[in-house]
Design a protein around this ligand. Structure first.
Ligand SMILES: [Zn+2]
Length: 391
């Protein structure tokens, strides 16, 4: 049977839809897939057969019968391939090997001091290669490598600027593609974190979610209408540089009084050192607060208050269902979350305030790597029909 190009495109889309439905709702029968997708049963059956031949799904057991013959249930073959998903942070690299359902199979972390591009890249390649070696044998092998970075990333995967790493114009996607012959994704870490929480974390049932990644700096990832919002070229969410004090402290971005100068890990540590804490870290300050030191408690509450100022602005712009606070500062959740809530209560307009839930990231340190895993898996499922050309 010959297919026109259009028929081919429709078939490819339908197949991706069937696979996506199995991924989300497995175990599921062919009849239920037809019901959920609106495709007719014959179409579903033939697409399911192809997916079974391609080892992307399995038939398993039997489902609940509504009287007649028990239907055969379909499951995703999550061991058909693996992803390597990385969070390239300011002082450490966290990498995970996941299966196609996002289960973590292996995890590695490398800490570093020097921000030199070549040295950090060398560590990144080492980590990726180690994870690759740990992947079990599978039909498709490594299906994608994804790296989340703390900086401005173009839609082509070039890091234009990663201020806290001191990097400028690093074409990371291209560099990784020269090393590894698999699809590569490079994304801003806050965007990835937002997506990780949306797919696997606290935001699974939210279509309007704002994820604030509070670490050395502040980045914001936006899920709007159920999708990651990236702006024209991928630069959205640079809210760490919204002005909250018009004649405030100078920021290296050229502006004054940026949010991250008052509400980030860096701000906390600077303030702590002014108050006499030596070589302070977030862990150290939280521990002091837990021991009842009022100086430490006050520092964390003040930081939470500043976070609340920025989050109130964000709430007024987006009317989100959830604001999720992630990355390093979630360690201080017992002190910062109540302070954020008090500031929202005080400053936010009622009808906006009433809608919003404030949460800590459910995936903890894994929000970004899990977002990268979700991107890798999605890309693979969308591309895995490429080999079926019209005949
Ligand atoms: Zn700034």
């Amino acid at each position: 049977m010959s297919q026109t190009w259009n028929q081919h495109v429709v078939k490819k889309e339908n197949k991706a839809l069937v696979l996506e439905t199995i991924q989300e709702k497995a175990p599921i029968s062919r009849a239920s897939i037809a019901q959920v997708t609106g495709l007719n049963k014959g179409t579903v059956s033939s697409l399911v057969s192809e997916l079974i031949d391609e080892k992307l799904i399995n038939e398993s057991g039997t489902g609940e019968s509504s009287g007649g013959r028990r239907p055969v249930m379909l499951l995703l073959n999550e061991r058909a391939g693996y992803t390597i998903s990385v969070d390239l942070g300011v002082k450490s690299i966290l990498g995970v090997l996941t299966d196609l359902r996002g289960n973590i199979i292996n995890e590695k972390r490398i800490r570093f001091q020097n921000d030199n591009v070549d040295e950090v890249l060398h560590l990144l390649y080492t980590l990726i290669s180690e994870l690759k070696l740990n992947a079990p044998t599978s039909e498709y092998g490594i299906v994608g490598i994804g790296v989340g970075v703390p900086g401005v990333v173009t839609t082509e995967g070039e890091i234009l600027l990663a201020p806290n790493l001191g990097w400028k114009k690093v074409p990371l996607r291209k560099m990784l593609a020269e090393h590894y012959q698999v699809p590569i994704t490079v994304e801003n870490e806050a965007n990835a974190g937002a997506y990780g929480e949306k797919v696997y974390g606290v935001g699974q049932f939210s279509t309007e979610l704002v994820y604030a990644s509070v670490s050395v700096g502040i980045g914001v990832g936006l899920i709007l209408d159920g999708k990651l919002y990236k702006g024209l070229r991928g630069f959205s969410g640079e809210l760490g540089h919204m002005t909250i004090e018009k004649d405030g402290v100078d920021c290296r971005c050229g502006n004054k009084g940026c949010w991250e100068l008052y509400a980030s890990e860096k701000a906390l540590i600077e303030q702590a050192e002014k108050k006499g804490y030596k070589a302070a870290s977030v862990e150290h300050i939280v521990e002091a607060a837990n021991n009842g030191e009022s100086k430490a408690i006050k520092l964390l509450e003040q930081l939470g208050d500043y976070l609340g100022v920025g989050i109130t602005n964000i709430i007024h712009i987006f009317n989100p269902e959830q604001v999720v606070v992630g990355n390093t500062l979630q360690l201080a959740e017992n002190y910062i979350m109540p302070a954020i809530e008090r500031r929202i209560e005080k400053n936010a307009i009622g009808f906006n305030k009433n809608d919003v839930q404030l949460n800590v990231a459910k995936l903890k340190k894994h929000s970004t790597v899990m977002g990268m895993a979700a991107f890798n898996i999605e890309k693979f499922f969308k591309s895995s029909e490429n080999e079926i050309m019209p005949n």
